[in-house]
Write a protein that binds this ligand. Structure first.
Ligand code: DGL
Length: 267
């Protein structure tokens, strides 16, 4: 697989957790598109999510001429992947749902998997359907977490408010006796540490950033230490605020330097 320019898409800063891992692959250029004007996607209807996602795909494919796109958003992957793939048949588009579902089904030992995600993702039921298609004897426990994305976008990562919300969502899954948890929203990757602290060290956490890199590795794109790509960012509103948040998240893993953002542009 040869990709010179990869588009990475999310409603906001959550997909940066995926970008952070993808930049270790030997791809020279990345374009990150944050649809900040329309977030949170998790509260939107399937029709709205499809329309927003298609708009972003059109921009990345036509204006930016990317070779391929990663939907670094579970909500868009759950609701709009097949739709946008059908609309843009010549641009490969990958979602994050299949890789995490396969990893979770392979990881569980007691056949009890939990999933946390946005209301739209949980409503779609896609993770559960796909897990049961792989192994019908697995029990899947789903939990919508409507409070998390707004708190994370507002930068309230380490607050008691976030901890209380997280506990409210994780407690029922723990009572259900899950041994594996799918982090089914890329925004939640930014609070993975807090999830780990509340959930305990025994629980297997399944994350899209790691699984997407595995997927690319399986297609022959092997992680290259020291690789520093060019990254361009677009935000559909409040680009300055997005840039400030993104600076804190996007890190070149090998030099431990924060990657400088080229000017974020408002569309
Ligand atoms: N980061 C997204 C996801 O993975 C979407 C969050 C939102 O906009 O509600 O689902």
């Amino acid at each position: 697989m040869k990709i010179k320019k990869l588009g990475v898409f999310d409603s906001g800063i959550g997909g940066l957790s995926v970008l952070n891992e993808l930049i270790t692959l030997p791809i020279p250029n990345f374009v990150y598109f944050a649809d900040t004007k329309n977030l949170p996607y998790g509260e939107k209807t399937p029709e709205q999510i499809k329309a927003f996602t298609l708009h972003a795909m059109d921009f990345l494919a036509q204006q930016e001429q990317v070779d391929a796109i990663v939907l670094a958003c579970h909500t868009a992957s759950a609701v709009a992947l097949e739709y946008v793939q059908a609309q843009l048949p010549t641009t490969p588009i990958w979602g994050v749902v299949d890789p995490v579902v396969s990893a979770a089904a392979a990881a569980t030992k007691n056949q009890r998997i939990g999933i946390i995600g946005t209301p739209a993702t949980i409503m779609s039921g896609i993770h559960k359907t796909k897990i049961l298609a792989l192994n019908p004897s697995i029990e899947v426990f789903c939990q919508a977490c409507p409070k998390l994305v707004p708190l994370i976008e507002e930068g309230k990562q380490k607050t008691s408010q976030l901890e209380a919300a997280l506990w409210e969502y994780l407690a029922p899954l723990q009572h259900a006796g899950i041994d594996t948890l799918i982090i089914g929203c890329t925004h939640y990757e930014l609070i993975k540490h807090e999830i780990r602290e509340l959930a305990g060290s025994e629980l297997r956490l399944i994350s899209a950033p790691e699984q997407m890199v595995n997927l690319f590795n399986q297609h022959g794109l092997l992680t290259r230490p020291g690789h520093i790509p060019q990254i361009n960012y677009y935000a559909t509103s409040s680009p300055d605020r997005f840039a400030v948040n993104a600076q804190k998240i996007v890190v070149n893993l090998f030099t431990n330097q924060k990657v400088t953002l080229p000017l974020s542009r408002s569309l």
